[in-house]
Design a protein around this ligand. Structure first.
Ligand code: ZN
Ligand code: ZN
Ligand code: FE
Length: 756
């Protein structure tokens, strides 16, 4: 019997061909295996029919840990005796199946880690040690199939030692495309901030020492550069904030090991599991009582973004120092994508850093670290889905009739391709507000289209006519000759939930900072009924004035004044706070005049309410990064109590918010900040949940979901969940995409597929 087998999934770059080779030999089969240009694998075997059946069983049950099989197609035919052995053939460019993809970058495996620490091993101390189970993948590939000449490793011809391992079926580097050693592979080197090489014996450990001494070092990793420095002394962090123009935004840190993490942060079981997974994301952890790192890392926040080393280079940085952790922040100049090329690094980072730790392997595609947090000790809440995830697909229970591309909104953009029952999300692109990020979005999207062998039939984007992503959608639509569907922001948030949970209908609570409403309104605290045909807005937060429009987003005192003005005379209060406005008393006067005249621009945004409360409580007066006032409010509310106990006031479909804001203001001297912060969040959560539950009962809908950036807030998310479940309804939360705007493009493609 002869069988031609084609396998789709994540089957290139994961040791799949060596695995096929082994099970073919074990089953006494002859033939070949080879990679194809569609990221799939083609296998031809000849032998006994029951042996072939065994082989097919092994294919599924014994596959390598990182391999994912989406589809296996088998055609049987009579045996011709064409082969006298089983071999791994040269790859072919042909593309037959779509929907396969190469794997994400994978953290160093335990075996490689052991070898790099073993003085007798040829790769002892070698920073770029990898194998079939670990190393960069997504960030090194330029085109399919995944073969060394198609990756940035082609500049490093294998030495005879590496060749031998590469060709030895018994070796764990058999056909590992990233195989390299100190003789033939990439080299690391240290330079000053002008690119002048510094001759040292051990560049990496030298860099580690420099970090511990308080220097700022740019370090080239898998998907781009990090800017790094010490964490126990404040001077370099202060300097870093100054040169990066980053007043308050928290920095992520890389910690020596899990033990050390536990010395300053609380680590639950699920958190430890995620920290040590091959994805190695940044996990937001609660600072413990013993927190001893600098307060400048994550100022006024209860949590800190922590990741563990994920390359041999990272491990080696810690070898010769006592520093427990290093700041490791993506090296991206303001509003620009992460820096990935050496020359660009010198140009863009030279003034920020003291030294560079370079290596001479090119990065084909940039990829930022992923970020997540755990809600209620068990639920993964993604904040940024990037390295370790992209480009692995999200599997859906339904299949889209059309291949849909989604381009997202404006902030935290990723693109998404919905192809059949799989959704492929790009790496994190960022805030698409300028040319550089827009170009990156287009490039990343086109690369993803090629990688997945997709034919785009529909493009989806936001309703906002002026978003750069909307413009890009219409540009690409001309190129691909396909229609554009514009999707309302909060509809996209809730459609994402529907797809993740395979629901026909849902009551969705979508809370965030801003989304363009169908008539251009500023939405952001919405309750929607959604089904596959569309959505209806069935409830929302009270619309509040935004004195000075966007300024009210940056200076939450303005929001607070606008809301309080409805209930009381705020002149005295606003003047007393005017030092927190950029133009002081003059600005306060202007705001008061605006309020008297009446402010036309209004928003139902939940984020803006939380901002206002944050300002009234003196927690945050200026938004220097996205979500800052609300994030600091959440931090302030930790261990708080609902001292106000305010009952939800719902008028028709509108949830009152002036009342809670005023109550906080009125009681500001009477109660502790943490209790008032907690009370305000509790009111918002309770009223949203109660209105959603009421609507669900009335409409006979069984599922209530929560999405939008506010859903990152643990207290609010868990409170809504509790109330929904107490009312015998099913609460749904995001499983595979972030609740924030990193999940928008996915939701857009879902809406696109539903209505076509
Ligand atoms: Zn390995
Ligand atoms: Zn070598
Ligand atoms: Fe949003």
């Amino acid at each position: 019997m002869k069988a031609r087998i084609r396998v789709a999934g994540i089957v290139q770059g994961v040791g799949f061909r060596p695995f096929i080779y082994r099970i073919a030999i074990q089953n006494n089969l002859k033939g070949y295996v080879r990679n194809c240009g569609d990221a799939g694998v083609e296998i031809v075997v000849e032998g006994d029919k029951n042996k072939i059946e065994n082989f097919l069983e092994d294919l599924n049950s014994k596959k390598p840990p990182l391999a994912k099989i989406h589809e296996v197609k088998v055609e049987f035919s009579p045996e011709k005796g064409e082969f006298n052995n089983f071999s791994i053939l040269k790859s072919v460019e042909k593309t037959e199946l779509s929907g396969s993809v190469i794997p994400p970058d994978i953290a160093i495996c335990n075996e490689c880690l052991k070898e790099v620490r073993d003085p007798k091993n040829k790769r002892f101390d070698y920073f770029f040690i990898t194998c079939t189970n670990c190393g960069p993948r997504f960030t090194i590939i330029e085109r399919l199939p995944y073969d060394r000449p198609n990756t940035t490793m082609r500049e490093f011809p294998m030495c005879s030692f590496c060749q031998k391992e590469y060709k030895d079926p018994a070796n764990r580097r058999f056909h590992a495309q990233t195989v390299a050693c100190p003789v033939c592979g990439p080299k690391a080197y240290l330079t000053d901030n002008k690119g002048e090489k510094i001759e040292v014996k051990d560049a990496i450990r030298e860099a580690g020492k420099l970090l511990a001494e308080g220097y700022i070092v740019a370090i080239k990793g898998y998907g781009g550069f990090h800017v790094a420095t010490a964490t126990t002394i404040s001077e370099p962090i202060q300097r870093l904030r100054l040169v990066k123009h980053r007043k308050q935004k928290p920095f992520a840190i890389m910690v020596k090991n899990l033990e050390t993490v536990k010395s300053f942060a609380e680590v639950g079981r699920k958190e430890a599991e995620m920290l040590t997974s091959y994805i190695r994301p940044i996990v937001l952890l609660r600072k413990s009582e013993n927190y001893y790192l600098s307060d400048l890392i994550a100022p006024n926040l209860h949590n800190i973004g922590v990741m563990l080393p994920y390359t041999a280079m990272h491990y080696m940085l810690f070898d010769k120092v006592h520093e427990p952790a290093f700041i490791m922040t993506s090296a991206n100049p303001p509003n620009q994508p992460i820096v990935k090329d050496n020359e660009q690094a010198l140009k863009r980072l030279g003034r920020i850093v003291d030294y560079f730790l370079f290596h001479n392997r090119r990065i084909a595609h940039r990829c930022d670290d992923s970020v997540l947090r755990i809600h209620g000790n068990k639920h993964v809440c993604l904040i940024r889905r990037s390295r370790g995830y992209a480009p692995a697909p999200i599997h859906l229970k339904f299949s889209s009739k059309k291949c849909v591309l989604g381009l997202g909104g404006e902030l935290n953009v990723v693109s998404c391709i919905l192809n059949g029952n799989k959704a492929f999300l790009s790496q994190h692109v960022g805030d698409v507000e300028n040319v550089e990020t827009l170009e990156f979005l287009e490039k990343a999207t086109k690369h993803l289209i090629r990688l997945t062998n997709s034919q785009i039939e529909v493009i989806t984007c936001d309703l906002h006519p002026k978003f750069n992503t909307t413009r890009l959608a219409y540009k690409l639509a001309e190129e691909f000759k396909c229609p554009v569907v514009q999707v309302q922001h909060h509809h996209a948030h809730i459609a994402a939930l529907m797809a993740e949970h395979d629901l026909e209908e849902i009551i969705g609570i979508a809370c965030d900072g801003y989304g363009y409403g169908p008539k251009g309104e500023a939405w952001g605290g919405e309750i929607l009924y959604c089904n596959r045909e569309g959505y209806r807005r069935i409830g929302h937060l009270e619309e509040q004035p935004m004195p000075g429009r966007d300024l009210a987003t940056y200076y939450p005192l303005r929001m607070a004044a606008g809301i309080l003005h409805k209930e009381t005379d705020v002149s005295e209060w606003l003047f007393s706070k005017s030092s927190y406005l950029p133009h002081g008393k003059t600005e306060a006067e202007v705001i008061l005049k605006q309020l008297k005249k009446g402010v036309k621009v209004k928003t139902s945004s939940c984020g803006r309410i939380l901002d206002a409360v944050s300002a009234i409580l003196g927690i945050c007066y200026e938004r220097t990064y996205e979500g800052e006032p609300a994030m600091k409010l959440e931090s302030a509310a930790i261990n708080g109590k609902d001292v106000l106990g305010l009952e939800p006031e719902i008028k028709g479909d509108v949830i009152e918010t002036s009342n809670i804001v005023y109550k906080v203001y009125e009681n500001a001297r009477k109660f502790r900040v943490k209790d008032l912060a907690y009370s305000a969040q509790q009111y918002i959560a309770r009223s949203l949940a109660e209105l959603a539950v009421e609507k669900a009962h009335k409409l006979g809908v069984k599922h209530v979901g929560f999405s939008g950036g506010v859903a990152h807030n643990e207290q609010i998310a868990l409170t809504i969940q509790k109330i929904v479940e107490e009312n015998d309804l099913n609460f749904v939360f995001h499983k595979f995409v972030p609740p924030g705007d990193g999940g928008i493009s996915f939701g857009q493609t879902i809406v696109g597929s539903f209505i076509l």
